[in-house]
Design a protein around this ligand. Structure first.
Ligand SMILES: Cc1cc2nc3c(=O)[nH]c(=O)nc-3n(C[C@H](O)[C@H](O)[C@H](O)COP(=O)(O)OP(=O)(O)OC[C@H]3O[C@@H](n4cnc5c(N)ncnc54)[C@H](O)[C@@H]3O)c2cc1C
Length: 495
């Protein structure tokens, strides 16, 4: 079949690799000049700074996407383990600094040294539980297409096994049942924020995100995260996918005006690109509104709740960071109030926790000699929250830069800088200014998340973080495979 993939984000690229591998004729239409979408790169004055994801986990899933296109990941991407995976600093009330080490033996030793033997033994039991949880959750509840909400219980035994594993208990309480040290509780529960959830309210099943970094490990590609986008595009190209950059798709074209199956897309300049199936990678609510204006938004999209957004300060600076820093540095503020503010009240964190990633720490070629790349991210409410970003923008930026300075990073000799707030994310095409899309609360997860097909528009398949299975690099890559499966189903129906 001829397939048009709109958007070369990681979802679109993964779909293209899988589709080409399955023998389809694929064209990718991307409005930017480069692949990657959110997994982008900013180059200026000799600095190369990632503009989106920074923490790479579950690299096996990435390797499977390359393999789907008949490629070997090692030919396109060099991955390095990041160790320590995170350096965490805590406020005085909690105390000190800890390193989350790559690999279970190193982390067990770190915990033994910092927190004692009992906590180190608990870490072993915790990793075993995380592993059992992941083995159940990934194949049965994440990496599959669902036909309806009822299919979550078909077959029934995986759901029963999840109950047995404690997946429906409270996440924070489960983590607290393993560890007494509050630092470890924070380090192994904060990941629920990636899914837009507070660990104090989330189900323990979301600890599968903790599995992804804690057990599978964090990696950094040579050349920065954007190298993933370029690598996937190159592999897809070799498999026969054609790429057209700098072309904006205007709408999906349907056989009978606004009701028949999709027969292609129309570009902003009026050109018609014919296709038997159309895969849409723009943020799902935006894709409906702009490319399928005749179709009303599905109810679960209209009523969706979004994950918190973020403020991001990217800078290339002269000077070196203080001794002892890591690639990823999490500076925790007051943990409990952060979630209440962000998720409960839609407000800025009173005492912000921030992530500072120094990408040239692992790959020195990303900054000129004697310089440092700084990527400082503060989780904030999305545009539905209380701050009015027109007025808050400068204050939030100043506060964030001040915090980065207070942790000892060199910020007084800035060569290049950029600041993005939720209004910028909205301008870049993300509904509600939320780069982490709809949250993963239970009723927006698995079969309850916006579907990747809509029977009102045959021939259209959605891909990316707005649809099933959800947000984050590995999960979006899986959405590409699931989208390709949907296209294969169309081929079977039409054969
Ligand atoms: C600041 C930030 C930090 C993050 N940190 C992490 C992290 O550390 N780890 C992690 O796993 N995930 C992280 N994420 C999330 C992860 O980056 C996303 O879930 C993922 O990249 C989304 O990919 P996507 O394919 O769904 O969408 P996108 O990347 O948004 O791709 C959509 C593509 O469609 C194109 N497009 C849109 N409209 C049109 C049109 N009309 N015509 C043609 N093309 C169009 C866009 O240009 C874009 O290229 C982060 C995201 C951000 C923004």
């Amino acid at each position: 079949m001829q397939v048009a993939v709109v958007g070369a984000g990681l979802g679109g690229l993964s779909a293209a690799c899988h589709l080409a591998g399955a023998g389809h004729e694929v064209v990718v239409l991307e409005r930017q000049d480069v692949p990657g979408g959110r997994c982008g790169l900013w180059e200026s004055e000799g600095f190369r700074i990632d503009t989106g994801p920074s923490v790479l986990t579950m690299t096996g899933i990435l390797a499977e996407v390359f393999a789907a296109a008949g490629a070997d990941m090692a030919d396109h991407l060099t991955l390095q383990p990041v160790d320590p995976m995170y350096r965490a600093t805590f406020p005085e009330s909690v105390g000190g600094e800890m390193r989350v080490r790559h690999g279970r033996p190193a982390m067990t030793e770190e915990i033994r040294r910092e927190c004692g033997t009992k906590e180190a033994e608990a870490f072993g039991r915790f990793c075993d539980w995380l592993t059992r949880l992941e083995r159940r959750v990934l194949p049965d509840f994440i990496d599959r297409n669902f036909e309806s909400p009822l299919s979550i219980a078909k077959p029934l035994w995986p759901a029963l096994d999840l109950v047995r594993l404690g997946g429906f208990r409270n996440l924070a309480k489960v983590v607290q049942s393993y560890f007494d040290d509050p630092r470890l509780v924070q380090l192994f529960s904060f990941q629920s924020l990636y899914a837009g959830l507070s660990p104090f309210d989330a189900l323990a099943v979301y600890s599968v995100i903790t599995y992804m970094d804690t057990v599978e490990g964090v990696f950094a590609p040579q050349g920065g995260m954007h190298a993933i986008s370029r690598g996937l595009a190159a592999a897809a190209g070799k498999a026969g996918v054609s790429f057209r950059y700098g072309v904006e798709v205007d709408r999906v074209v349907r056989r009978a005006g606004t009701s028949g199956p999709a027969i292609g897309v129309r570009l902003a300049d009026g050109e018609l690109v014919r296709a038997d199936a159309v895969v849409l990678n723009p943020d799902l609510p935006v894709a409906y509104r702009t490319l399928l204006p005749e179709v009303t938004l599905p109810i679960r999209v209209r009523k969706a709740e979004y994950s918190p957004s973020c403020a991001l300060w990217l800078a290339g600076v002269r000077g070196a960071p203080p001794a002892g820093v890591a690639h990823h540095n999490i500076h925790f503020g007051d943990y409990d109030s952060a979630f209440k503010a962000l998720i409960g009240d839609g407000n800025l964190q009173p005492d912000p926790s921030i992530l500072v990633s120094l990408q040239n720490h692992t790959d020195p070629t990303l900054a000129p000699e004697g310089c440092t790349t700084i990527y400082a991210l503060e989780p904030t409410p999305h545009l539905g929250g209380r701050p009015d970003w027109t007025f808050e923008r400068d204050r939030v930026k100043e506060r964030l830069v001040g915090q980065v300075r207070s942790h000892g990073y060199p910020v007084d000799d800035v060569v290049v800088e950029r600041f993005l707030d939720p209004m910028d994310w909205e301008r870049l095409g993300m509904e509600n200014g939320a780069p982490f899309s709809m949250s993963h609360r239970f009723m927006q997860t698995g079969p309850f998340r916006a579907r990747n097909v809509d029977k009102r528009v045959p021939g259209v398949v959605f891909v990316g973080s707005g649809t099933q299975p959800g947000v984050g690099v590995p999960i979006v890559l899986l959405s590409g495979r699931l989208a390709a499966e949907r296209v294969d189903e169309l081929r079977e129906v039409r054969a």
